[in-house]
Design a binder for this molecule. Structure first.
Ligand code: DP6
Length: 370
């Protein structure tokens, strides 16, 4: 890709005394092939593949005003109605770092109101949803100020470039956020399997490459532990720099991506779950074998995994698990098995969940302007 920053010349024109509000809702995504390890600035060590969720979303309303004087950046930030200084400062630094891409930000005052459907302190990361929603808001402001292509139908090349830029910008906030910009299966990271793939933004896997059953995927998020993680994802990525298995991981991820793409295309459910679980367990093995090593699974995580494997063997129902960088389980299954899997969750898995908490989610449709 030629430098995306230069595709958007935001420097022209003198913009004064403009104000307004833009809003976007954006979903979380769950990786089937994991992004783990990165180069500066937020470029992935290996390609990853994910899909977006439906219920787990963040809505951001961004009020902006440009005056004659220099802007003060993010003036205030609220999450579900309450000020949140931690997130305000992370977003403040993000906005500051984006001035070379959006020079108008240096003159802008921003007030951000965000709402999240993630249950309070469920230990589920909302940063991918938040950074993608915020990036869409910034791209919308740019479109309004400079009459650039706005969002619209995905087939429209102009709106494709809008979403591509939003993905590029979201990546700078949090790597996995760049995969939250569209529905279907999404690949981030350069791979020979997908000629249009890039390390700088995510691209969709064409619908014709996906067997229909995989568009009915559901994700039951089983909340094992709602405490803040002891080791953040960013710290985990950093430990990959000197990891003894670093090179082997790159080979493994490329191989798993290829297999996952084949499984999706051919409708091979058994290969799908095999690769899914290999990725989840490999991710956590990489954490344990980092230097220093650490462990994010809890005893209940292991019990749930064992129950899932037993249930699959006994029932023959297509289910499998994955994990992000935390102890909570994402139980993946298909719409056709919804009632059987719900019964299994309620009877056998909820005893291992913190406060019997789980989130009944599934594949979503991507972001929407609000
Ligand atoms: C294990 O995107 O949260 O969920 O780029 O440092 O913000 P930063 O990391 P982040 O890492 C996500 C890691 C993962 C796997 C994945 O989503 O691919």
């Amino acid at each position: 890709m030629n430098d995306i920053k230069n595709n958007y010349d935001s420097h022209r024109g003198d913009i004064r005394n403009v104000s307004g509000t833009v809003g976007w809702e954006s979903p979380a995504n769950i990786a089937l092939v994991k992004y783990w390890g990165k180069y500066p600035v937020q470029l992935p060590m290996n390609p990853s593949l994910s899909f977006v969720l439906k219920q787990s979303v963040v809505r951001i309303y961004l009020e902006y005003s440009i005056g004659d004087t220099d802007g003060a950046g993010v003036r205030d930030f609220t999450l579900n109605g309450a000020p949140n200084l931690n997130f305000q400062s992370r977003i403040g630094s993000f906005i500051l770092s984006l001035q070379p891409i959006f020079p108008f930000l240096s003159k802008m005052n921003l007030s951000i109101r965000s709402e999240s459907t993630f249950p309070h302190s469920a230990g589920i990361a909302s940063s991918a949803a938040a950074f993608s929603a915020l990036s869409l808001c910034l791209c919308s402001i740019e479109s309004l100020l400079y009459e650039k292509p706005g969002p619209g139908m995905a087939e429209n090349p102009e709106s494709r470039s809008f979403l591509q830029k939003a993905s590029y910008v979201a990546r700078l906030g949090s790597g996995s956020a760049c995969r939250s910009l569209q529905s279907g299966f999404v690949v981030w990271g350069r791979t020979g399997i997908l000629p249009e793939s890039s390390d700088e933004y995510a691209v969709g896997l064409p619908g014709s490459e996906v067997a229909p059953v995989f568009n009915t995927l559901r994700d039951a998020i089983l909340v094992v532990d709602d405490a803040t993680k002891k080791v953040s994802s960013s710290a985990g990525h950093a430990l990959m720099n000197a990891h003894a298995y670093r090179e082997a991981r790159k080979v493994q991820a490329a191989d798993n991506l290829e297999k996952m793409v084949i499984a999706l295309k051919t409708g091979d459910e058994s290969l799908f779950f095999k690769v899914l679980e290999n990725e989840a367990l490999s991710l956590h093995s990489l954490m344990m074998s980092s230097n220093p090593g650490y462990l994010l699974m809890r005893p209940a995580t292991v019990s749930i995994i064992e129950n899932i494997l037993d249930f699959r063997q006994q029932s023959g129902i297509g289910i499998g698990f994955t994990l992000d960088a935390g102890p909570n389980i994402h139980l993946l299954y298909f719409e056709r098995d919804r009632s059987a899997v719900k019964g299994f969750i309620e009877q056998s898995l909820l005893p291992f969940c913190s406060k019997r908490r789980w989130i009944d989610d599934g594949m979503g449709n991507g972001p929407r302007a609000i």
